[in-house]
Design a binder for this molecule. Structure first.
Ligand SMILES: [Zn+2]
Length: 270
C-alpha cells in the first residue's frame, strides 16, 4: 500500500492516536443516517476530515425525509426529490464520493431482520473500516427513525455482518462476510470521543446550507457566524470536549482477528 500523505495539523499529529490510525490504516468509511440532513448536522466536520485523510466515504440515507416540512401544500414525493438533491449537493461540499438512498418512508423505519439485513448487505458490499450512525441506545428523547437506524447498524455490525451463517443468501451470492474496525455513535448521551472540527466548519456550514428546505434558506455565512460566536461563548463545551468546535461520539472498536471470516487482508488496497 503506498504511504498516505497526512493532512492532519501538526498539533494533532502528536496528540491523537485515533486520528493517526484513521489516516494510516483505514481505506473506507460508511455513514448510515435516518434522514437526508442528519449526517451533515451530526458529523459534517468529521466527514470532511475523513475525505481529506483519503478515505473513500459513502453516505447511506435510509428514509427520504418526506415529512420534513410544516407546509401541507407540499407533496411528500416532491419534498423527497428536493431533499435527495440537497443531500447530493451537501456530499459534494464535504467530499463524499458515493451516496445511497433507500427512500423508505420518513417516520416509519421498523426495527427487525429486514432492515438489519439491508445494513448487513451494505457493509459486506462496501467493506468499510469505520462506520458512523446514530446512537440508538441513548436514554431520553430521540426521533424513532434515529433510534431504529442506530440499533440496526449496531446489530448488523455484530455479529451478523461477519458471521456467514447470518443472511446466508448473501454469502451464496458471493457477498461474503466483513469485519468493520470501528463504530462512532453520534448524538450519544455519554460521548467518549471528540473530534476538533474547527478546520472544517466552513465546509460543514456549506453542506448544511445545501439543505435549504430545512434551514429556511440561511446562507453558509449566516450558519458559520452563529457557530463561531457560540464557540467563543461556550466555556462548558470547551471543558467537556477540549475544543471550541467539536463533534462528539461514543466510540466502539471491534477486533479483526487475522484469518477470521470477514477480516480484511493486512495490506489494504485503496
Ligand atoms: Zn433526523
Amino acid at each position: 500500500m503506498p504511504a498516505k500523505k497526512s493532512v492532519l495539523p501538526a498539533r494533532r499529529k502528536k496528540k491523537d492516536p485515533v486520528l493517526e490510525k484513521w489516516a494510516k490504516e483505514y481505506a473506507r468509511a460508511l455513514i448510515v443516517s435516518a434522514h437526508p440532513d442528519d449526517a451533515e448536522f451530526l458529523c459534517g466536520g468529521t466527514i470532511a476530515m475523513l475525505c481529506d485523510l483519503g478515505l473513500e466515504v459513502t453516505l447511506c440515507v435510509a428514509t427520504s425525509g418526506d415529512k420534513g416540512t410544516r407546509d401541507f401544500t407540499i407533496r411528500q414525493q416532491e419534498l423527497a426529490a428536493t431533499r435527495e438533491a440537497e443531500t447530493r449537493a451537501a456530499c459534494r461540499a464535504l467530499g463524499v464520493k458515493h451516496t445511497v438512498f433507500w427512500g423508505m418512508p420518513d417516520g416509519f423505519l421498523e426495527e427487525g431482520h429486514e432492515l438489519r439485513g439491508m445494513v448487513v448487505r451494505l457493509i459486506r458490499t462496501l467493506k468499510p473500516d469505520l462506520m458512523i450512525t446514530w446512537d440508538g441506545f441513548r436514554a431520553g428523547f430521540n426521533h424513532t427513525d434515529h433510534r431504529v437506524i442506530g440499533r440496526a447498524v449496531r446489530d448488523a455490525l455484530y455479529p451478523a455482518a461477519h458471521d456467514p451463517h447470518y443472511y446466508a443468501e448473501l454469502a451464496q451470492q458471493g457477498i461474503g462476510p466483513h469485519r468493520t474496525a470501528e463504530l462512532l455513535m453520534a448524538g450519544a448521551h455519554d460521548p467518549d470521543y471528540h473530534v476538533d472540527v474547527e478546520p472544517y466548519l466552513e465546509r460543514k456550514a456549506e453542506a448544511i446550507a445545501c439543505h435549504a428546505s430545512q434551514v429556511e434558506n440561511r446562507s453558509k455565512d449566516e450558519i458559520l457566524n452563529t457557530w463561531l460566536q457560540a464557540g467563543k461563548r461556550n466555556r462548558e463545551r470547551r471543558k467537556q470536549t477540549g475544543f471550541d468546535h467539536a463533534e462528539s461520539f461514543r466510540r466502539i472498536e471491534f477486533r479483526r482477528p487475522a484469518g477470521a471470516p470477514g477480516t480484511p487482508p493486512a495490506k489494504r488496497t485503496r
